[in-house]
Design a protein around this ligand. Sequence first.
Ligand SMILES: Cc1cc2nc3c(=O)[nH]c(=O)nc-3n(C[C@H](O)[C@H](O)[C@H](O)COP(=O)(O)O)c2cc1C
Length: 380
Amino acid sequence: MALKSRICEILGIEYPILLAGMGGASVPALAAAVSNAGGLGVLGAAACSPDQLRSWIRQTREMTDKPFGVDTLLPASVRRGSSPQSGDAPDNPMALLGEYQEFTRDFMEREHLPHVDAAAAMRAAGAPEMGKSGLQLFSREFFEAQMEVVIEEKVPVYAAGLGNPEPWMDRLHANGTKVMAVIGKVKHARQVVDSGIDMIVAQGHDGGGHNSPIGTMSLIPQVVDAVGNRVPVIGAGGISDGRGVAAALMLGAEGAWVGTAFLATVEAGIEHFQKEAITESGDADTVVSRSLTGKPARMIRNKWADAWVAAGKEPLPMPYQSMVSGPVMASGIKAERKDIMPGFAGQGIGLIDAIRPAAEVMRDLVDEAETALASARSYS
Ligand SMILES: Cc1cc2nc3c(=O)[nH]c(=O)nc-3n(C[C@H](O)[C@H](O)[C@H](O)COP(=O)(O)O)c2cc1C
């Protein structure tokens, strides 16, 4: 029995399995490996400067002639508001920055974390090679400049990891780009479908990275019921082996968007010690915390996330919290501290016990899903 669905035709791929766009992890080598293995590789380009994004797209094209996608973030909160600026209005998070950076300094001293320069801290917070663009990371101007590159480069698939890509929909569609959005609530699914989206990724609470309050198993069928007659739904969050892919299909999804299972791969862009942290962790080793980006994100449990809980301190909203966490991220990575910066991961992490080539992971996802779907017949 061959694993196929409607999205294979729409996207021009062999199997309905998509590499989740993961900042820092879904780099060109990983995206190309997944596309070459019959899935859809999606670049985790959220923090790429416009120049770097263009270079990633071109590198991916050199490594595969198959379709691939680009994932960036378009958070409505940032697009509605203004870019971070200095100011002392009580509701301005910049007013709290000094106090919060003091918290960072105390934490680093307590944990004997080495000092890093500001540029390294910004890179760790997700701003590699900002070059001379002069754009503020995660500002509205930053997202808009990224979208111009996505449009100019006519990428096959665009995925908005946060927010609604409606303002760019017509230009993307005019290029033949298929557009998807990652959502975590039925309400948001309805909104993006009304904007003319081609596909929806329903990502539940189990998933790594930015996260929905609703569990994957509950979310997928409710999103399918709400919008599945208009656009295909792709399930996400905690799908870390082929049984999970089959389960998503049983819940009415027409594909799976898989993140964590591709983290412990040779091609993933994260550090080796972070890949080891994945293989060493179990089902209960992740937490949801706003301590890194300011939005709730699932990560491997670590001392930085715990410190905010212990202090009873509310992290700043996106994009300000990255300015607070940047030095800890950079230093934790430099010092290869699994207890400080093990990275984002989903609850399926306990299913992963080796660092392998991405093509092997893809093959297993397909084989296991086919086996699970075939054996499901024995229940009827
Ligand atoms: C390391 C990591 C980084 C992530 N970065 C992003 C990102 O930059 N943009 C995005 O839309 N989602 C991001 N996510 C969420 C994934 O796209 C996806 O929804 C999630 O990984 C699915 O759950 P799973 O990890 O359990 O498979 C990230 C997830 C992880 C684990």
